[in-house]
Design a binder for this molecule. Structure first.
Ligand code: HEM
Length: 441
């Protein structure tokens, strides 16, 4: 290994490296991959960093967690999430906490969440039918936050509560300079973290006093015990619930907005998806019926391939290792790339085309190589809320397609990529009721 060198690329200016180009240029990685190939080095946010793209690279990073790599987040995210958050825990503690928290996302818990998810979806869909023209992205943010608030901590209309307002300010500080002053974005977000934690503590104490701990995720976490009978302490419970509120909100809003955008742009796909839904009109939307919507499943996979809500993941290098004939030195960072792997024409022919058929059983382009289609990451840190997210996306899409139709109003549809992809002008649409006629199955 000693004769190997780090991958090609430039480390850029002293200290700053190539950070400014990275933040400003949406094609930063793509340009460098064209020049250097699937693996290159750069210098970002104070660290030499190796970018890796492709299924083998994803597999290499994701299956060596805690061995060669360990999760790493920018300082602002670390401080705002809090030290006891699953996203920051590592090693044996991480594995043990994941098991405990996974109890809130088991099929039984998911089935319990369905009625509330469906009721909130109906309220929003009817509201949009009354509004007729509106900007969808902020509405979708409220919708996913109301669902997260209800199903995670039992709050009604959470987006309109103090918790909802504090949460928005907290989110705005996540990717900022960690300067804790009253007027900085980070300072304001940090103050909101404290208010959020106080709010969550009040909710938790109330639950404990009531005796009935409820069937939402907080209830499941309050009852959850690990193999040694240990449960989460109050301080940790607050950080973990805050993480779930965040993780379940930002990414899902992006995914739903992309679904609405891509279907409006591809009327044939929308028509076929509506056609499939006509078989389910009047049927209760259970986990079982949702599973039978196989074309919709393909559409949702293609949405997550085309516009992945999480573009990639940073890790710190724990031990010097080798990949693709290059050295990756200890102490550097790596970024495994989800979005650019999804755009690889060897894995997904004509990757720029929105084509749900690529996930049909005949083509199954995601089955060719492991770690090709990785919207939820993989390995020890695979998205904990993956099934929750898939459920919410499918339920939302099924209800929307069964009862309503929509079209885009003139606007700039450029995708803004930070913190998650969303249309520049917020997705302005015309929306109306258009109930499907059921067909007997
Ligand atoms: C479409 C929606 C979603 C997408 C695309 C998504 C994507 C991801 C990805 C890629 C990761 C791994 C990041 C890495 O490797 O560094 C991740 C982690 C995580 N996600 Fe999601 N996510 C979604 C929704 C959710 C929801 C709804 C929840 C919870 C309610 C959730 C909870 C988490 C948690 C807790 C982690 C950290 C897991 C760990 O570190 O062990 N996510 N997500």
């Amino acid at each position: 290994m000693t004769s190997l060198t780090p991958p090609p690329g430039k480390l850029g200016l002293p200290i700053l490296g190539e950070t400014l180009s990275f933040l400003r240029d949406p094609d930063f990685a793509q340009k460098r991959h064209q020049q250097y190939g699937p693996i290159f080095k750069t210098h970002l946010l104070g660290n030499p960093t190796v970018f890796l793209k492709g299924p083998e690279a994803n597999g290499f990073v994701l299956t060596h967690e805690n061995q060669y790599f360990v999760v790493s987040w920018p300082p602002s995210v670390k401080k705002l999430l809090g030290p006891l958050s699953l996203a920051l825990q590592t090693g044996a503690v991480h594995v043990q906490r994941r098991k405990l928290m996974a109890q809130a996302f088991k099929p039984r818990a998911l089935a319990d969440y369905l009625p509330a998810m469906a009721a909130i979806s109906d309220q929003y869909l009817e509201r949009w039918a009354v509004l007729e023209t509106f900007t969808w992205y902020p509405e979708l943010r409220n919708y996913t936050f109301d669902i997260a608030g209800k199903l995670l901590v039992g709050l009604d209309q959470a987006s309109e509560t103090d918790l909802g307002h504090w949460f928005e300010t907290w989110c705005e500080g996540l990717f900022s300079l960690p300067l804790q002053l009253p007027w900085t974005r980070f300072g304001k977000a940090y103050r909101c973290r404290e208010q959020l934690l106080n709010g969550l503590e009040a909710l938790i104490r109330q639950r404990r006093q009531q005796g009935d701990q409820g069937s939402d995720a907080l209830g499941v976490l309050l009852r959850a015990r690990d193999e040694d009978g240990q449960q989460l302490e109050l301080e940790e419970l607050k950080d973990q619930v805050l993480l779930l509120l965040f993780a379940g909100h930002e990414t899902l809003t992006s995914a739903l907005a992309s679904f609405c955008l891509l279907l409006a742009q591809h009327p044939m796909v929308k028509a076929r998806a509506r056609d499939e839904q006509s078989q389910f009109v009047g049927a209760p939307l259970t986990l079982e019926t949702l599973k039978q919507m196989t074309y919709l499943e393909q559409v949702l996979k293609e949405v997550l391939r085309c516009i992945a809500p999480v573009g990639g993941g940073f890790r710190q290098v724990l031990e010097t290792c080798e990949f693709g004939g290059f050295l990756i030195p200890k102490g550097w960072s790596v970024l495994y790339e989800i979005s650019l792997t999804h755009q690889d024409s060897e894995l997904f022919p004509a990757p720029e085309q929105f084509d749900p058929e690529r996930f049909s059983p005949e083509r199954a382009e995601d089955r060719g190589k492991p770690f090709s289609h990785v919207p939820f990451g993989g390995g020890l840190r695979e998205c904990l809320g993956k099934e929750f997210a898939r459920l919410e996306m499918k339920l939302f899409a099924a209800k929307l397609l069964q009862g309503y139709d929509w079209s885009l109003l003139p606007q700039d549809l450029t995708l803004m990529m930070v913190p998650t992809p969303h249309p520049k002008e917020g997705l302005k649409v015309r929306f109306h009721r258009e109930p499907l006629q059921g067909v007997h199955r």
